[in-house]
Design a protein around this ligand. Sequence first.
Ligand SMILES: NC(=O)c1ccc[n+]([C@@H]2O[C@H](COP(=O)([O-])OP(=O)(O)OC[C@H]3O[C@@H](n4cnc5c(N)ncnc54)[C@H](O)[C@@H]3O)[C@@H](O)[C@H]2O)c1
Length: 339
Amino acid sequence: MKFFITGHTGFKGSWLSVMLSECGHQVFGLALDPDSDGLFERAGLGRRFTMDARGDISDPDLVRQRIDQAQPDVVIHLAAQALVRDSYVRPRWTVQTNVMGTLSVLEAVSAVPSVSALVAVTTDKVYRNVGQSFGYRESDCLGGHDPYSASKAMADLLVQSWVSSFPSTPTAVARAGNVIGGGDTSRDRIMPDLLNAFADGKSAIVRMPSAVRPWQHVLDCLQGYVTLVDALVEGSGRGEWNFGPDADAVRTVAELADTAARHWSPEATWTTGSQSDLHEASLLVLDSSRARTELGWKDRLTFEQAVELTVAWDKRVRRGEHPESVMVDQLQHFMELPA
Ligand SMILES: NC(=O)c1ccc[n+]([C@@H]2O[C@H](COP(=O)([O-])OP(=O)(O)OC[C@H]3O[C@@H](n4cnc5c(N)ncnc54)[C@H](O)[C@@H]3O)[C@@H](O)[C@H]2O)c1
């Protein structure tokens, strides 16, 4: 099949392009230029793409032209300003990219009849966080305390309103949470901060070690998106879907740091840093029983395995292995695990 991925140069896009192309699919992409030290460039993933287009997702003409040119079977919309902290610095850019970008994709998909499935990726942060300890369900209210969360909630609502207002391509919204995996270089994400400090022989600084988060390996999350595509193509799967990890993976930041340190080396350590003055959400867990029962999707990796694989990726690449070959190797290992 022909997959058009927006945001293909980002962290999830990089892993998704390897996952799809290794399965024999043709991949097309539209995104901004990646950072030179990002996974996409380091792994040389551009050559996997039939189209590796660059430009702003909020430009409707550009998005339509590129999707029309590709004539894809499937569109997976990942492109976003994806960092909460950046959204405080650039709220307008965040809203323009995440909301108007989603509108550009919806319009383009409606105009290109080859597309038989659209998955729009939002986040667990779309839910109005009322501090509940049990999981949020797809039918719960949306909200958004910070500009990023609000922009993704707006994008989510926009997709829902689009499909109920216009005759449209089979469409689904996928909501997932924090992902970890090899090659994430984003600022202010915990795993890259830990691994960089360990590699430099420094004690990692951890903000909010007692905060509890649901941790998931990027491959488990992407497998959810691909399962959803299969369902849409087969005539089911419309609507909103949570793809969160099992209860086993709902752990404190301190447990994540301890587990990563243990897999790195006996010398690896971390200390508690000063807390940011920016608002950080309290615990938010997804109830993913709908995806488990109706799509037959579940995480293949435990919390321990997800951290181990992430640390192993980093160590192997720092020792000189090519990032792309480590990705392919870890993908093969993942695909062999029981589904
Ligand atoms: N990584 C996570 O933990 C996580 C958690 C929940 C949801 N998500 C969502 O998953 C998706 C992918 O996240 P990621 O971690 O790969 O993010 P990322 O920041 O690594 O990648 C973002 C991608 O979007 C592209 N992009 C950004 N602004 C753009 C614009 N104006 N025009 C065109 N392209 C643009 C970038 O070039 C890049 O390819 C996003 O929609 C994000 O909100 C990510």
